[in-house]
Design a binder for this molecule. Structure first.
Ligand SMILES: *Cc1c(COP(=O)(O)O)cnc(C)c1O
Length: 370
């Protein structure tokens, strides 16, 4: 689906086949009865929610998960029948809409259930998943008493329990013990339920890749779907190959040869050497190429070259080994020849994780799909 109305050479090229293959590989690795919930929150981790969702569903994903009610409603427009789970908070006012559009909500509080119940009765029952906090410390019930009270109030309402789940805080670490403790605590609480819900699930990408024994009825596969390992610890122990879906590319828009001592960009922080070739790229911090990525390398002609001087809002400069024609292709993230710049190179420089880089690639960069 190439968008021909895009004039800007800076673009994120998304390989939807890679997403499809990652999902397929996971499915063949999962126990036969375990369902795949494809996590497509935050615009499919920056890859485009509609395309990520359809790639995962083509591969055989059973269900989609998002973070917010609005994300669920956006997907409903292109996916009329697929089960969609909202992992985060939904306001009471959304419950009736969710019931109508068959969107599954996460429930954590008795009070919320009572407020929903106080509304008009719904045409169809609203399906929900109960969230248990087994050690993440974010949302969810933490004790047997809380869980029992919550389930009782749900049973007296227009809500029906479709699932119960928890979320791992440390499954991407070397130390397996915190995750083992979380899993045991989760299973202890699950055993208090009056009847088994359809889906009991716990694992995120790190969980499923490093703890296949915790697969249960379903797994929630997010970052791995896009071919990015959740951490370098997980990257070293992958049970199957992940294929990266994201490339960010642009091209040279201006090329010049410098005299000794001439300065580049705001603040004059870079001074050229005699005869040095400098290229300009039409990409800057408004695109997600953060100013602190100064010095980061890009690929041109299969070679690594550095960004020099301060990164501007819409442009930046690179040092070229020789003259190149304007229009020459440049890769910011992805492969060219034998070289590859992975998203982790950016996240390490930015002192963050690849998740944050992926979701902060600005919407000004058009996504094109192959
Ligand atoms: C984001 C999220 C996931 C997916 O996590 P990954 O590490 O990207 O696989 C799973 N479950 C919940 C509750 C989440 O918020």
């Amino acid at each position: 689906m190439f968008n021909e109305t895009q004039y800007r050479p800076t673009r994120a090229v998304i390989n939807t086949l890679a997403i499809e293959r990652n999902a397929k590989h996971l499915i063949s690795y999962l126990p036969k009865e375990t369902k795949l919930i494809a996590v497509v929150k935050s615009d499919g981790y920056g890859h485009g929610v509609a395309q990520a969702a359809s790639a995962a569903l083509r591969a055989g994903a059973d269900m989609l998960a998002v973070a917010t009610p609005d994300e669920a409603m956006t997907i409903r427009k292109t996916q009329p029948t697929t089960d969609i789970l909202v992992l985060g908070f939904s306001p009471v006012s959304f419950a009736a809409v969710a019931a109508k559009h068959r969107i599954i909500l996460t429930v954590t509080s008795e009070d919320w259930v009572k407020q929903v119940h106080a509304q008009q009765p719904f045409d169809n029952k609203c399906r929900i998943h109960v969230k248990i906090d087994s050690g993440m410390g974010r949302i969810g019930v933490r004790t047997e008493e809380e869980l029992t009270r919550l389930v009782k109030s749900i049973q007296q309402s227009d809500l029906s329990i479709d699932g119960v789940f928890t979320h791992f805080a440390r499954a991407d670490e070397e130390n397996r013990e915190p995750t083992q403790r979380q899993f045991e605590r989760f299973m202890r609480l699950v055993s208090c339920l009056p009847e088994k819900p359809r889906l009991i699930h716990a694992s995120n990408s790190a969980g499923i890749l490093l703890f296949p024994e915790y697969a249960l009825d379903a797994v929630r596969f997010g970052i791995g779907l896009y071919g990015i390992p959740p951490s370098h610890i997980v990257a070293k122990q992958l049970p199957f190959k992940l294929e990266r879906a994201l490339t960010i590319e642009t091209e040279l828009t201006y090329v010049k040869q410098m005299a000794a001592g001439e300065e580049i960009s705001y603040g004059g922080t870079y001074k050229a050497a005699e005869g040095e070739w400098i290229g300009t790229l039409p990409v800057g911090y408004a695109d997600g190429l953060r100013r602190s990525l100064k010095g980061q390398e890009v690929l041109i002609d299969g070679k690594r070259v550095p960004i020099v001087g301060t990164i501007c809002m819409d442009q930046c400069m690179i040092r070229l080994p020789r003259a190149y024609p304007e229009g020459e292709k440049v890769i910011l993230i992805g492969k060219q020849g034998d070289e590859e710049i992975m998203i982790e190179e950016w996240s390490e420089r930015l002192n963050t994780i690849p998740y944050e880089v992926a979701v902060t690639i600005s919407t000004r960069i058009p996504r094109v799909y192959t």
